[in-house]
Design a protein around this ligand. Structure first.
Ligand SMILES: C[S@@+](CC[C@H](N)C(=O)[O-])C[C@H]1O[C@@H](n2cnc3c(N)ncnc32)[C@H](O)[C@@H]1O
Length: 324
């Protein structure tokens, strides 16, 4: 899948955040802060000085990192957070009266931050920094970070389980959305299901019989793919959803066709986000190049970038810059 332009990316992420998810890997991580990723952030936050803290979260989404920071450091008015993202956001948990110290800035690119030089003690990003034009985003992150401040990034790793699953899902999405795929075949049978509900026997029409045979063949191919075993959740979900949709068709085919259109649209948007994840994941050389750029701009600083893994496998890179 080719990468879309900026307005399509912004629209896909805005639609995703509008559904209210706290972070972008809801299928992969329980809650917000489990496992190696949660451990990384707790370690970073625990080493911050106990003085009032001004933090900036880049590509924040619905604010998973600001929420965690607020839970650990938000008591006593010693924390303010600015959280930026290119997309429109809908953090359900954010109560302006309760979380007045956390300000969301939607529609803001991290390559052009609307903040003064050296304004933040902490700059963070979780699976976000790598989505930007990295040279420009790094220059901006280091510009707004105070001397002696901390930069902490969790980034996608080219060898991670998330990327492996992402690649498999992209292939499944392509299969489902193809001309001979399940969704197109379901679309073709829906009007005949509606005819049957009206008491007309579709079996008398060659076109209906052809549509039914094509649908059955699509299901057979889908089952073979599910059996092949590579990250089949999406396929199983699509099969079950389509079964239910066909069972729900009434005498008017329009509602089912509209539901199918929306399902297909959501799948295209999910594919776009997955394609971004896969294409922005950093390999070892790219991660080391990022470390070298930081060292070049902040000579003497302590910069570490290490793989983050847990029982399921590799989850990403954890990069931390602290004053040397
Ligand atoms: C994978 S999500 C991560 C969101 C959040 N940090 C989390 O952990 O749930 C990536 C986010 O990066 C945002 N994004 C992509 N490019 C960006 C840019 N150049 N500037 C700001 N945000 C960007 C997208 O809109 C999306 O919300």
């Amino acid at each position: 899948m080719s990468l879309p332009d900026e307005s399509a990316r912004r629209a896909a992420w805005s639609a995703y955040w509008a559904t209210g998810g706290l972070h972008s890997c809801v299928g992969s991580f329980e809650g917000n802060y489990g496992g190696a990723i949660g451990g990384f952030w707790r370690e970073v936050f625990s080493r911050l000085p106990a003085t009032p803290l001004r933090a900036l979260d880049l590509a924040t989404g619905n604010g998973a990192i600001p929420l965690m920071l607020w839970e650990q450091r938000g008591q006593g008015g010693a924390l303010t957070v600015d959280a930026v993202d290119l997309a429109q956001l809908a953090p359900k948990w954010h109560r302006p009266d309760q979380h007045a110290a956390i300000r969301f800035h939607a529609g803001v690119a991290m390559e052009a931050l609307p903040f003064d030089d050296a304004s933040f003690d902490l700059v963070t990003s979780q699976y976000g920094f790598e989505y930007a034009r990295r040279d420009a985003a790094l220059a901006e992150a280091l510009r707004v970070l105070k001397p002696g401040g901390t930069l902490a990034l969790v980034m996608h790793h080219a060898g991670s389980v998330l990327v492996q699953v992402g690649r498999a899902e992209l292939s499944h999405q392509e299969h489902l959305l193809a001309g001979e795929g399940l969704l197109a075949c379901a679309e073709a049978v829906i009007p005949w299901f509606a005819q049957a509900r009206r008491g007309v026997d579709p079996g008398q029409f060659p076109m209906a019989r052809g549509a039914r045979a094509a649908y059955n063949a699509a299901i057979e191919r889908l089952l073979a793919r599910i059996g092949a075993g590579a990250a089949p959740d999406l396929l199983v979900e699509a099969r079950d959803w389509t079964h239910q949709l066909l069972a729900s068709v009434g005498t008017d085919p329009a509602p089912a066709l509209e539901a199918l259109r929306r399902y297909r649209e959501a799948m295209v948007a999910a594919g776009l986000r997955t394609a971004e994840l896969v294409s922005h994941a950093l390999d070892e050389a790219q991660a080391q190049a990022l470390v070298a750029s930081i060292r070049h701009t902040r000579p003497g600083a302590d910069v570490r970038c290490e793989p983050l893994s847990q029982a399921q496998g590799l989850l990403g890179w954890g990069l931390v810059l602290r004053a040397g």
